[in-house]
Design a binder for this molecule. Structure first.
Ligand code: F0G
Length: 355
């Protein structure tokens, strides 16, 4: 049996040499591509979920972090820094500590999910809660890396994109070719940039005969690319994508336009409805931001914009355990209170409606 060795070794021939001299890996990549028949029924398409919550720290960020931290290690870096809405910080902290590096993270105060905060702290990061949003954190992190001996590991670092492009390679390796459409959430726009680069390179290498349309979805209250201008005060319950001025804005537009795709907005209600469908019907538990791609595809299907039978891959970016509180609310926002019973079979059978 083949034992998965992490994306740098698995896709070495498609990655630059400087990433391979000092590989720092936690075994990222090789994530499941799960068929979702329930979503096929809702859309008339053929849908697969690329379940990135199955990465070592529970999000897609690990693909780009193995490459960014390996490059930093090859340079002899002692410390790294990132701005984050949570997942990047969790990933950077894990890979940095594995490599024996110090990790500093800047997060928007009070606006990152508890699971992610816990991860960064557990992995020993120096975590600073900044009085500002993600965009403010990223400006500060970039300036810090310019003036002090710390490497920036946000997706503005091209080594990050190199890792993230391997998501596309895996999709093509499983399906045998590129899908018709690849949908995903868009925040800072690093992932859509990475996936598009991956599809273009795999086609050029003869591994695929075509490329998909890229469909990106932002949360409506944080949808600068859709609106065509930065948002000073982005707001959404999907805190992972609460970003008003994406760093890879231009590259997201290029991916959209070259692929003949779209970047559109979905409301928080649509995100939560998709989150609920994924957990209650498909059996895949994701964090709210990760449901934005599914919300977008469902919205377009309702508008008649999903071609019948289209093969669609949707990246669900992060694990539900990152931000589990959303599962404990009903559709109208009330708290879910699990029923209590005494420890005898009769009361349990009654509670289950069996007796
Ligand atoms: N989904 C999740 C769960 C994320 O954490 C992010 C970004 C995205 C989607 C959007 O991806 O930024 O490449 O367009 N999270 C970053 C972070 C910003 O700091 O963890 P993107």
């Amino acid at each position: 049996a083949h034992i998965w060795q992490g994306i740098i070794k698995e896709y070495a021939e498609f990655l630059p040499e400087h990433l391979k001299t000092n590989i720092v890996t936690l075994g990222e990549g090789g994530t499941p591509l799960v068929p979702a028949p329930y979503l096929n029924e809702l859309t008339g398409a053929e849908i697969y979920l690329k379940v990135e919550g199955m990465n070592p720290t529970g999000s897609f960020k690990d693909r780009g972090m193995t490459t960014a931290i390996s490059a930093a290690a090859a340079k002899g870096a002692k410390a790294v820094v990132c701005a984050s809405t949570g997942n990047t910080s969790a990933s950077a902290a894990a890979y940095a500590t594995h490599a024996g590096m110090i990790c500093a993270v800047l997060v928007p105060d009070g606006k990152i999910a508890m699971g992610k905060l816990s991860q960064a702290i557990a992995h020993g990061a120096k975590l600073l809660q900044v009085d500002g949003n993600f965009d403010d954190c990223l400006v500060a992190a970039r300036k810090l890396a310019e003036s002090y001996p710390v490497e920036l590991v946000n997706s503005v670092n091209p080594d990050r994109i190199e890792g993230q492009k391997t998501g596309s390679f895996e999709v093509v390796d499983v399906l045998g070719d590129a899908p018709d459409i690849h949908a995903l959430p868009v925040g800072n726009a690093g992932n859509i940039t990475g996936y598009w680069k991956g599809y273009v390179e795999y086609e050029a290498a003869g591994k695929a005969t075509r490329r998909p349309q890229m469909w990106g979805f932002q949360a409506e209250g944080a949808s600068p690319i859709v609106a065509g201008h930065p948002f000073d005060e982005p707001e959404t319950i999907a805190t992972a994508i609460r970003i008003g001025n994406p760093a890879s804005w231009d590259k997201a537009l290029e991916a959209r336009d070259t692929s003949g795709g779209v970047i559109e907005a979905v409301t928080d209600e649509e995100i939560l409805a998709a989150h609920r469908i994924l957990s209650a019907k498909v059996g895949v538990f994701v964090e709210p931001a990760s449901a934005a791609g599914v919300a977008g595809v469902l919205k377009r299907a309702q508008a008649g914009l999903v071609p019948a039978g289209a093969k669609i891959v949707i990246t669900v970016t992060g694990h539900g355990l990152k931000d589990p509180a959303w599962a404990l609310r009903t559709e109208d926002g009330a708290e879910v209170q699990p029923q209590k019973v005494t420890a005898d079979v009769m009361s349990i059978a009654q509670a289950l409606g069996l007796a």
